[in-house]
Design a protein around this ligand. Structure first.
Ligand code: ADP
Ligand code: MG
Length: 767
């Protein structure tokens, strides 16, 4: 095995008897002595790297968490310290009452913010926003400016705090660019505090076109939160006049995979698409479920520890971390917060995770399905509504009146989900999530709600007891007694269902269909806007009855009854992953759309428009543009996958297969020399079969890749983004599994020592 060996014979080395040199050492010799840059070298280099990995420990900045929690956030405490009294009051009034901030105050606030930031050695500032791509965007500027006399000074004015103009044309805008002004601007979201990352002051902002159309996730989210606030407050006022605001909360649970960065870099598919486009399943994956209960490996713990410290410095209240079901899969969850802040925090954390992971020689995979045949990653959105006097509207009260309020909101959620199944599905539909939903690990693409047996029984009781004529005092007492028992019922936490896409979990609803890489705002916009719309409908119906002379309680009961009956189909207590449910759901008329572009087009349904345009979350143009962006995003992702798959198949897998095939042929020639022809006939059968099989698969791969490229070409010719997305889904994407199947079979046949890509067992089981 000398240095003179040329590339073609590289794979054909003579095996050295075991015991003389270990296989691993041999591989390392093979790879370290070669100059060719081929993929299999990447794989073996990567595997070699692994032996040098160690946990990288971080020490927290202070002993007590409370001493550094929020140290990098310009929160109220710091505002009081750094801002003049009137400037502080201006911020508080803006957050709490929505009052505008004057230019003069903005200058004072900016100056205070800069002084605080400088105490953390900050040199730059940026408007931090959430364009319609994945992730966040920022454009860093330093504080320096020319002063009056041309000297350099450090300044951060109110104008710069409040508004910036990044070039909107470089972010997805779905045609707004063509229709309107190219310029866009970012504007400060006072309700989310500024924070410091590294040497940069980050100011959370909305991002809108010059003509006012939203180009981001935050703008419509803030509108949806305002809409649900207004609608929910009005419904609350039927019960309690003291309630003047209702806030939506979000507690997200972020699932993710970790993979060693060397292995990651040796997988072009992971690098470019976030998922493996090929790879035979490992002999062992999650069957034993030992990962879920197992201890977290030290390297991973070290990463998690640093991530937590950074999160806490940024005021992100991360609380739980644990292993997930699949090997090398984990979850991070904070304590829930106001939905806008929680969503900013999730965006920030996704970004932090990636950066901190790299320091620990890991890559974070946020894709919904990085590995086929292994559980994917979701991002459960725990959602609740809470009043300004601290009542959780999804938790039963202490008395029948409180329970009525609870039941009212609960029943309206049933109807909200029932009426808006297609909108909710559209909000979580993406190329990545489509591999996860319905894959025996995640809810299907059918929306349903789990309430628990006892709570459903309470609703049945309302339906039974409430009639169209006036209720007798006895009837009212029985009903109220039943309702009074709700808190006890809910203590029974065993009544949980892990397979429901929209589950009631005691004091909140958990929307489990959202994907791990998504911006939670998409789901939160849909849910809160739809809830606002449903609550408005409910209140109008109750008020009509009251105007007709029906007593308030009774009016509420009657509309509740109607709503329960009308939304009955959405309640499901059984196994959401089962085949029977698919059939049952179809019988109930619930929709089940797995076709991503089709699911997305439901953003433009009459019902979706009624919610999103009717509640002033989007204008007609904005909604159309949003759909366009989503469809284009889908097309681009699938297109990139197709390109990477074609490249890997033709330039990496086929040559490897041919090399191995040549080796077999060479072997047959040698056998022929030393055996008699009868012996040869008998002994060579299996190898000939194998050569045939490899030839068959190589040919199939080549044909399929060619066809896929043709399909892509015709899809690319379609100028309409809608047709293009449909063509990609229907004519291009089906090739991926077919091509993969041949490759995965080849992986089983071909000598491990020449296989170019890190295998599933390596990706999934190295710590
Ligand atoms: P699970 O059993 O689903 O794993 P966790 O204890 O991990 O539950 O909590 C999931 C998330 O739900 C956390 O972010 C938590 O803060 C959040 N959560 C708890 N109560 C509420 C609530 N009332 N509203 C919104 N989110 C909540
Ligand atoms: Mg959960």
């Amino acid at each position: 095995m000398g240095k003179t060996q040329n590339k073609s014979t590289f794979y054909n080395f003579t095996p050295i008897p075991l015991g003389v040199i270990s296989r691993k050492e041999l591989l390392l010799q093979q790879t370290t002595h070669k100059n060719e840059s081929n993929m299999s070298k990447m794989r073996f280099f990567a595997l070699k790297e692994l032996s040098n990995r160690k946990a990288i420990e971080t020490t927290p900045p202070a002993k007590k968490l409370s001493d550094y929690y929020g140290s990098h956030v310009f929160d109220r405490k710091k505002m009081q310290e750094y801002l003049p009294r009137e400037a502080y009051k201006a911020v508080v009034d803006a957050v709490e009452k929505g009052n505008p901030i004057s230019r003069e105050m903005a200058d004072l606030i900016a100056n205070g913010m800069k002084n605080w930031a400088k105490s953390l050695n900050v040199t730059h500032y940026t408007h931090w926003f959430q364009p319609l791509t994945d992730g966040t965007a920022e454009k860093h500027d330093s504080f320096i400016e020319f002063g009056e006399d041309g000297e350099i000074i450090e300044r951060f004015s109110g104008k710069l705090l409040i508004q910036q103009e990044p070039d909107a044309s470089s972010f997805p805008n779905g045609g707004i660019r063509n229709t309107f002004e190219a310029r866009g601007y970012t504007a400060w979201d006072v309700s989310s505090p500024a924070f410091v990352v590294d040497n940069t002051l980050c100011i959370p902002t909305i991002f809108i076109s010059y003509t006012g159309e939203a180009l981001d996730y935050k703008t419509p989210l803030l509108k949806a939160l305002a809409a649900v606030d207004k609608a929910a407050t009005e419904v609350c006022q039927l019960f309690d006049k003291n309630i003047t605001r209702v806030y939506a909360n979000l507690g997200w649970e972020q699932e993710y995979f970790l993979v060693d960065s060397s292995l990651f870099n040796a997988r072009p598919d992971l690098c470019l698409t976030g998922r493996t486009l090929m790879g035979h399943s490992s002999a062992k994956d999650q069957q034993l479920e030992d990962h879920y209960f197992g201890s977290i490996p030290p390297r991973v713990t070290a990463f998690m520890k640093e991530l937590e410290i950074e999160c806490h410095k940024l005021g992100v209240p991360v609380k739980t971390r644990h292993n997930e079901v699949a090997p090398n899969q984990f979850e991070l969850a904070p304590i829930f917060e106001n939905a806008n802040l929680a969503n900013d925090h999730n965006q920030l954390v996704m970004d932090l995770m990636k950066r901190i992971a790299r320091k620990h020689n890991f890559e974070v995979l946020l894709h919904e399905k990085p590995y086929s045949g292994v559980n994917g990653s979701g991002k459960h959105n725990n959602w609740s509504l809470i009043t300004d006097n601290g009542i959780n509207l999804f938790a039963p009260g202490r008395n029948p009146k409180g329970n009525m309020l609870f039941l009212t909101f609960l029943v309206n959620v049933l109807m909200m989900v029932y009426k808006n199944q297609d909108l909710l599905r559209a909000s979580i539909s993406s190329a990545g999530n489509s591999y996860r939903l319905g894959a025996n690990e995640a809810p299907p693409a059918i929306l349903s709600i789990f309430l628990g047996k006892q709570l459903s029984a309470t609703l049945d009781e309302i339906v039974r007891q409430v009639g169209d004529s006036k209720m007798t005092p006895e009837e009212k007492t029985t009903l109220k007694l039943g309702i009074g028992r709700i808190p006890e019922i809910l203590l029974d936490t065993t009544d949980r269902n892990r397979t429901s896409p929209f589950a009631f979990t005691g004091n909140r609803f958990e929307f489990r269909a959202a994907g791990s890489s998504s911006n939670c705002a998409a789901a939160m916009i849909a849910i809160n806007a739809a809830m606002a719309n449903q609550l408005n409908t409910f209140r109008a119906a109750v008020e009509t009855l009251i105007e007709e002379g029906v007593g308030k309680d009774e009016a509420i009961f009657r509309i509740l009854k109607e709503t329960i009956i009308a939304s009955e189909a959405i309640q499901f207590e059984g196994d959401g992953y089962s085949e029977e449910w698919r059939n049952e759901a179809a019988r109930r008329g619930l929709t089940n759309i797995c076709h991503v572009p089709e699911a997305l087009t439901h953003y433009m349904d009459d019902q979706s428009k009624k919610v999103l345009i009717g509640e002033n979350i989007f204008s007609e143009t904005e909604l159309a543009c949003r759909l366009e962006v989503e469809l284009e995003k889908y097309t681009m992702k699938v297109q990139i996958e197709g390109r990477v798959l074609g490249d890997l198949a033709i330039n990496h897998i086929v040559p490897t297969a041919v090399t191995y095939q040549n080796r077999l042929i060479e072997n047959l020639r040698g056998m022929k020399e030393i055996f008699t022809s009868e012996e040869f006939e008998e002994l060579s059968k299996d190898r000939k079969e194998l050569i045939k099989e490899i030839s068959r698969r190589v040919t199939a791969i080549k044909i399929l890749v060619k066809e896929m490229i043709e399909a892509r070409k015709s899809a690319n010719q379609l100028s309409n983004y809608h047709d293009k997305a449909f063509a990609y889904e229907e004519t291009v994407r089906p090739y991926y599994d077919k091509i993969r199947d041949h490759i995965d079979h080849l992986e089983l046949e071909i000598d491990d020592e020449i296989w170019p890509l890190p295998k599933y067992r390596e990706l999934l089981f190295t710590k």
